[in-house]
Design a protein around this ligand. Structure first.
Ligand SMILES: [Zn+2]
Length: 113
């Protein structure tokens, strides 16, 4: 039985230069970021790198400089912005908003107040 810290890690069988086959732990890489509502890909976020490589990047290279940018895609962000402004000006009630956006609408409302 492998030690507890190695039990759930992804392994890969490789051949060494000496001809032996050994099992090595696969090092994790960052995934592509997806939108929290529609699951489309978000651009401008690093992927395919090790976490320590992402940490070394500058602040603006790590994510787009926009409100909720690493969470929502531009289309969903537009809908959330409009809902937040309409809620603030009493043009819409919370029941009229799409339930998938309400969480993000509240986050925007906190920022613009
Ligand atoms: Zn989206």
């Amino acid at each position: 039985m492998p030690s507890p810290d190695k039990r759930y890690k992804k392994h890969k069988t490789i051949k060494t230069p000496g001809g032996k086959t050994v099992r090595r732990i696969v090092k994790k890489k960052t995934k592509k970021q997806t939108c929290a509502v529609c699951t489309s890909l978000i651009h401008g976020v690093p992927h395919g790198k090790r976490p320590f490589e992402v940490k070394k990047l500058s602040k603006t290279e790590r994510r787009p400089e926009n409100l909720l940018a690493p969470i929502l895609c531009p289309k969903c962000r537009d809908v959330a912005y409009k809902d937040a402004v309409m809620l603030k000006n009493n043009l819409k009630t919370e029941a009229d908003c799409d339930f998938r956006y309400i969480k993000y609408v509240k986050m925007i409302l906190k920022k613009i107040e």
